[in-house]
Write a protein that binds this ligand. Structure first.
Ligand SMILES: CC(C)(COP(=O)(O)OP(=O)(O)OC[C@H]1O[C@@H](n2cnc3c(N)ncnc32)[C@H](O)[C@@H]1OP(=O)(O)O)[C@@H](O)C(=O)NCCC(=O)NCCS
Length: 188
């Protein structure tokens, strides 16, 4: 039994290490987000282990026990992720600081704040106006249900219901649901 586990690990790492090296080189010659997109497509536990190594080596901070599931993209290497964070399938993260013990279900989106593009001027197209990227802060022990969209900060211990759109900061220990998010309960 132990031998089978050992062989499995060795085979897995024979696959992982060259891809990890290529990914690390790619971060020097192309945009970080493209490398994240590429690695998001590797399936099975092998993909999870590979992404764990990659983000621990490249993000500003990436704690222990971080699981980044299939199809999930972390766009900025300036982001920080705490310990025991579970990022579900098909999530997209802009600039974020995610504290410990956060769970996101499938299909969640996190923007780099509200002002990704400037909209003040009307004489030039929005695409040509510089935006202002801010870092979202997601407090510890937060659970995001499926398909949430988050463009504001979320406090400690919150539950964000499935399909919720967070447009204003959510205070600690809130249960918030809907579009726009409304607090329906407090956990304490
Ligand atoms: C947020 C959540 C935890 C709340 O559960 P709960 O405390 O049992 O809430 P209730 O079922 O008592 O609902 C309370 C009210 O909020 C509403 N509500 C609950 N979840 C909602 C949601 N996601 N969006 C909009 N309204 C919601 C209910 O309709 C109810 O409204 P009412 O009082 O007008 O009837 C749960 O509804 C949820 O969204 N869980 C996420 C599930 C998920 O996405 N899982 C993915 C795998 S991890």
């Amino acid at each position: 039994m132990i031998i089978i586990i050992l062989v499995k690990r060795i085979v897995r790492h024979i696959f992982i290490l060259p891809i990890l090296l290529i990914a690390l080189v790619l971060t020097k010659i192309t945009e970080y987000v493209y490398v994240s997109q590429l690695l998001s497509l590797i399936p099975f536990k092998t993909g999870i282990i590979l992404r764990n190594y990659f983000y621990r080596l490249t993000l500003k901070k990436c704690g222990k026990g971080v699981v980044v599931n299939f199809g999930t993209i972390i766009s900025y290497k300036e982001s920080r992720i705490g310990n025991n964070v579970w990022l579900g399938v098909n999530n997209v993260f802009g600039r974020v600081d995610i504290l410990d013990n956060v769970i996101t279900a499938q299909g969640c989106q996190f923007a780099s704040g509200k002002k990704g593009h400037g909209i003040e001027r009307v004489d030039i197209p929005i695409v040509q106006q510089p935006g202002e990227k801010t870092t979202l802060i997601i407090g510890p022990d937060v659970w995001f249900g499926a398909n949430c969209t988050t463009i504001a900060n979320v406090g400690e211990g919150c539950v964000i219901g499935s399909g919720t759109v967070v447009v204003k900061d959510i205070p600690d220990w809130s249960i918030a649901v809907g579009n726009p998010a409304k607090i329906i309960k407090k956990r304490k």
